[in-house]
Design a protein around this ligand. Structure first.
Ligand code: NAD
Length: 419
């Protein structure tokens, strides 16, 4: 019955079935909870700089509208597929519900390589994407945000395109936009900052000595880089490994993060940073460390890698980094404290919610207010997940998704079926 396929959707479906069994949800109720309410596929014809017209395939999936508008990021990536976007929308639903935000999940994106587009082409793709979706989005319907391959500037173009069609500035149509057009203080850093805060909470829970902690971060974009800088600067954690799609580095004595930052500002990617500390990307994940932060793409922790991990804490900055097979291995091992993705990277959507509220109310918060509220919400979610895991003797992932699914289910039950 489904138009959704592919390994990432299959992973979201399998995870949901585990939760549905755990919560004893009747089989006839499951499709209503799992399958997205709407999926929109559009083609974007773009004039390229060399004079050709190129068509890009793009999507937006809105998972459920039960608790409020849908909310979710926009991914610009090669080989983006509908099934992957749908899985990400489903995870957003459980994530928003876990954090207590009045949203359903959504996700969208364009199948393109943003790094190979010129600035003019990137702007054209971004504006055309928003333009095609105008009938389906709105501040009370579906609110976009950044994800892999998109950034503040692209959110600024989305906001401008939507506003030009409406005839007035509608800055609450997207979050993660520049502060100059109604973005909030602290949004750009929110996801990575949240990851670092939760790593510190987890380290305290498993009684790791804060001064001796060593961390490896895979992916050095928005989430990974901010998580690494914040762990190092704020919590005194030694960053021993980092990688992006161009290179991976490992030094058990700690990498010089100020030099890494200067290199990234100048070159945008990690390639060329050091010859001595180079390591093959696959090897990086299984090096000895206290904290491993996958902050790049899905399905990097496979069952083989799960068996070889040498970390005490697995902090999932990325969405869906651990496959269900790997989860089974980690459950059996029992020695890795997992901060599951829908908790670990929820700082982004929590501060996006603050940004949306500020936009609707035309009222601005300071960065310290944003950060204090962020930690409050994350702290509550962390306590709920760890407490439920203890109480029901289930993994942190099962605990976290169960809380999310239960809230969505309760909303659907209360509202009933129309007509
Ligand atoms: P980004 O585009 O800013 O960065 C992605 C990084 O991953 C880049 O450094 C890229 O080089 C690297 N990368 C890609 N493939 C890799 C590979 N195979 N091995 C190692 N590195 C690789 O994206 P982002 O916004 O930082 O998002 C990263 C992850 O975090 C995604 O899973 C995204 O869905 C999730 N996430 C992002 C946010 C947010 O606020 N940006 C919020 C929640 C979750």
């Amino acid at each position: 019955m489904s138009i959704y396929s592919g390994p990432v959707f299959e992973m979201a479906r399998q995870q949901f079935e585990i939760i549905a069994d755990h919560l004893e949800i009747p089989t006839d109720e499951r499709p209503r909870l799992l399958y997205p309410k709407r999926a929109i596929a559009v083609c974007l014809p773009i004039h390229m700089d060399d004079g050709r017209t190129q068509v890009f395939q793009a999507y937006r999936v809105q998972h459920h509208l039960t608790l409020g508008p849908t909310k979710g990021g926009t991914r610009f990536a090669d080989n983006l597929e509908l099934g992957e976007v749908a899985a990400l929308a489903i995870w957003m639903s459980w994530k928003c519900a876990l954090a207590g935000l009045p949203y359903g999940g959504a996700k969208g994106g364009v199948a393109c390589s943003p790094l190979t587009l010129s600035p003019r082409e990137l702007e054209a793709v971004s504006r055309r994407y928003m333009q095609e979706l105008i009938p389906f989005v709105g501040p009370h319907t579906d609110v976009m945000a950044p994800d892999m391959g998109t950034n503040e500037q692209i959110m600024g173009w989305f906001m401008d395109t939507y506003s030009m069609y409406r005839g007035h500035a509608v800055n609450e149509i997207v979050t993660g936009k520049p502060v100059a057009v109604g973005g909030t203080q602290g949004r750009q850093e929110a996801t990575g900052r949240g990851v670092a805060y939760l790593v510190a909470r987890a380290a305290e829970t498993v009684a790791l000595n804060p001064t001796g902690i060593a961390a490896i971060v895979q992916g050095f974009g928005n989430v990974g880089s901010i998580a690494a800088y914040t762990m190092a600067r704020r919590y005194g954690i030694r960053i021993v490994g980092i990688s992006d799609h161009t290179a991976a580095y490992y030094d058990p004595n700690g990498l010089p993060m100020d030099a890494v930052k200067s290199h990234i500002i100048k070159n945008r990617v990690l390639a060329g940073f050091s010859n001595e500390a180079r390591i093959t990307p696959d090897q990086l994940l299984v090096q000895k460390c206290d904290v491993l932060v996958p902050a790049a793409v899905e399905r990097v922790i496979t069952k083989e890698i799960a068996g070889a991990l040498q970390c005490r804490i697995l902090a999932e900055g990325a969405n869906g980094p651990t496959t269900p097979d790997a989860d089974a291995v980690l459950d059996k091992r029992g020695d890795v404290f997992i901060i599951p993705d829908i908790l670990c990277n929820s700082g982004g959507v929590i501060v996006s919610y603050f940004e949306w509220v500020q936009g609707l109310q035309r009222r601005l918060w300071s960065e310290s207010e944003v950060n204090a509220e962020l930690e409050k919400v994350l702290g509550i979610s962390f306590d709920q997940v760890t407490e439920r895991s203890r109480q029901f003797r289930v993994s942190h992932r099962t605990a976290a998704i169960s809380i999310g699914v239960e809230k969505v289910r309760a909303g659907k039950a209360t509202r009933g079926l129309f007509p």
